[in-house]
Every structure is written in structure tokens, then in C-alpha cells.
Design a protein around this ligand. Structure first.
Ligand SMILES: [Fe+2]
Ligand SMILES: [Fe+2]
Length: 191
């Protein structure tokens, strides 16, 4: 059926594929010389930041608590730690122009961190979730993740702990402010 609700793992894996495509484009633009290519690189870096922040906060609020309760507290903790590290990288990257020599290094760090994290999630965590959470529940979780991403923050907030309650407490104000800044600056407009 065309509009059957996707389960949460399909939703998250689709996000991962989109992020990987953006990484591939960013790598192909590394060391870009023309103004056009430089500005494209900044735009794609903004897009990938928006996508990674929404995706990660949705995982922290909706998915990792289930992993913690039903799969393994250690796996959830490990994933939150990787999110926290990547969020620090995103925050450093956000402050840099594509011209800045540090931009390439931070971008390379981000790509390495996220590729590793995706491997952990897809290679272990998601398979473990499928073993203990039934299909209906995975689909319901998928629809909650999709809805949540629409109102999630779009910028890194490394000072907010990567846990559901602090994320929810900071969420509405952070999210609204992020989205107002995005509208004011035209950031992420082709999303
Ligand atoms: Fe993920
Ligand atoms: Fe994650």
C-alpha cells in the first residue's frame, strides 16, 4: 500500500541515506574554488546540520528510551554519547565560513563521526529493536518520529544534555528560535 505508515527503522534509515548523499556531495565539493561551489557547500552543510539535529533529537526523545528499557541501557548510552560529540562538531562547524581553513577539518570530523554512528545503529541497535518490539509498535513509533521531526530544533544545542527531559524542556523555545532564525536568514530553504 502506497501510504502505509513506515516503521521507525525505515524512517530512520531513510534519513541516514539522505545524510550520506549530502556527505558525498560535500566531499565532492572539498577544496571548492568558485564562489558558486563555496556557497553550495555552505548550503549543503546547513542542510545536513538541520537534518542531523532533527533526526538526533527525535531519536533521543522517542527511540533511545525504548532501547534503554527493552534492549540495553549501555547501547542507548553509547549512542547518546556519540550524539553529544557530533553535536559539538556541528556547533563548531556552524560558526565557520566555507572559506575558513578549519571548515574542511570540522566537516571531515563530522562525516567520520556520523558514518561510524550510523554503522552502530544499523549494524546493531536497529536489529536488536526488531527482535523485541513488534511491527505495530515500530510503525506507531515511526509516525511519532515523523511528526516530532517537524517541530524539532534545527540547530545544534550542545549545552542541552542528550536526554529526553532536558530536550523536551529546551525544545519549544529552541525550536521556535531556530526556525525563526532560519526564516530570517533563508537557511535551509530548499527543505
Ligand atoms: Fe540515526
Ligand atoms: Fe543516532
Amino acid at each position: 500500500m502506497a501510504n502505509e505508515q513506515r516503521d521507525v527503522i525505515d524512517v530512520l534509515e531513510q534519513d541516514h541515506r539522505e545524510v550520506e548523499e549530502m556527505f558525498a556531495e560535500l566531499e565532492s565539493l572539498r577544496g571548492a574554488a568558485t564562489e558558486e561551489a563555496k556557497s553550495r557547500r555552505k548550503d549543503v552543510a546547513d542542510q545536513v546540520t538541520i537534518e542531523l539535529v532533527r533526526h538526533s533529537v527525535a531519536e533521543e526523545v522517542l527511540v533511545y528510551p525504548q532501547v534503554e528499557k527493552r534492549v540495553s541501557a549501555e547501547e542507548a548510552e553509547h549512542a547518546r554519547k556519540e550524539h553529544a560529540e557530533a553535536e559539538e562538531t556541528l556547533a563548531r562547524l556552524e560558526k565557520l565560513d566555507a572559506d575558513d581553513p578549519a571548515f574542511d577539518d570540522e566537516l571531515a570530523t563530522l562525516i567520520r563521526e556520523i558514518r561510524h554512528h550510523i554503522e552502530d545503529e544499523e549494524g546493531q541497535m536497529f536489529a536488536h529493536m526488531r527482535q523485541v518490539i513488534d511491527d505495530d509498535e515500530l510503525r506507531r513509533l515511526g509516525s511519532r518520529v515523523e511528526a516530532f521531526k517537524k517541530v524539532a530544533p534545527t540547530r545544534p544545542h550542545p549545552n542541552v544534555p542528550n536526554e529526553p527531559l532536558p530536550r523536551m524542556a529546551a525544545g519549544p523555545a529552541a525550536s521556535l528560535l531556530d526556525r525563526m532564525r532560519d526564516l530570517a536568514t533563508g537557511r535551509g530553504t530548499d527543505d
